[in-house]
Design a protein around this ligand. Structure first.
Ligand code: NAD
Length: 259
């Protein structure tokens, strides 16, 4: 129970990696506010976690909305009835399109959530902790694609490169009290990957699952990541075990980051 007594906020927590992160932080002793633009799904997820004995609340939050994000940490402390010193910047959006066809609308929609939303959430978490005179930990979810080109989602890859840079600016600004780190997942089995596979199949006329199987063959670990693989590293980064880590990016990709 290395997070006993701690309070945490997770954005984009209604499903996928965010939900796994909330589940793991609770298992490690934290009380967690699950937030998502899909407020009903976040409420349902929090209810399920409470029924399993966990300390979970939910709040609809669109990470691109400045007023909502500014109010988030104070509101989380009210709802959880304890100080919040862990913020997980997980909400993300990906669309798929060939590089030559990417529109400004698509570019802006993805950057709005992934870059602006991540900056806003980390900025307001740091502001809140500084005002409260407390330390804490912010963990942002980037992507393996931040370091690599992704011709079928170049706007997403660029937005995740921005996330890594934002993480470093925040780590410098909020040191020494607040640590800010990133995780760069490789392929993780969620809805997002199902959509990637559907796009590739449509593009080259291959059977559903072909692109997915091809990607899995490239991964040194021999399998895709699970949301729980990402969540366990978030829990470590949020904990005192990672007390001397800040401005760092951990590649949780089964070795895929090397390729
Ligand atoms: N799945 C992968 O292979 C993979 C790989 C690398 C990085 N990531 C990153 O991990 C994070 C989680 O991805 P996932 O696979 O669980 O995706 P997902 O699509 O299953 O879940 C994303 C969640 O974010 C929420 N969200 C979207 N826009 C939002 C907004 N404006 N405000 C608040 N919430 C919003 C969605 O409602 C959803 O619940 C994302 O940042 C994603 O880019 C995923």
């Amino acid at each position: 129970m290395r997070l006993d007594g701690r309070g945490a906020v997770v954005t984009g927590a209604a499903q996928g990696i965010g939900l796994a992160i909330a589940t793991r932080l609770i298992a490690d002793g934290a009380a967690v506010l699950l937030t998502d633009v899909n407020g009903d799904a976040a409420q349902q997820a929090a209810k399920t976690l409470r029924e399993q004995g966990g300390a979970a609340e939910a709040l609809p939050v669109d990470v691109t909305d400045e007023a909502q994000v500014r109010a988030l940490l104070p509101r989380a402390e009210d709802l959880l009835d304890r100080p919040v010193d862990i913020t997980v910047v997980n909400a993300g959006r990906q669309t798929f399109n060939q590089l030559l066809d990417v529109t400004k609308q698509e570019w802006d929609a993805v950057f709005d959530v992934n870059a602006w939303g991540a900056f806003l959430t980390a900025r307001e978490a740091g502001r809140h902790l500084r005002a409260a005179g407390r330390g804490g930990s912010i963990v942002v979810i980037a992507s393996r694609s931040a370091r690599l080109g992704t011709p079928h989602s170049p706007h997403y890859a660029a937005s995740k490169a921005a996330v890594l840079n934002i993480m470093k600016s925040c780590a410098l600004e909020f040191a020494p009290d607040v640590r800010v780190n990133a995780i760069a997942p490789g392929m993780v089995d969620t809805d997002l990957w199902a959509r990637a596979d559907a796009f590739e199949s449509e593009l080259d006329g291959s059977a559903a699952g072909t692109a997915r199987a091809g990607r899995i063959r490239q991964i040194p670990a021999g399998r895709p990541g699970s949301p729980a693989d990402i969540a366990s590293v978030v829990s470590f980064l949020a904990s005192d075990d990672a007390g001397y880590l800040t401005g760092e990016c951990v590649h949780v990709s089964g070795g895929d980051y090397m390729l």
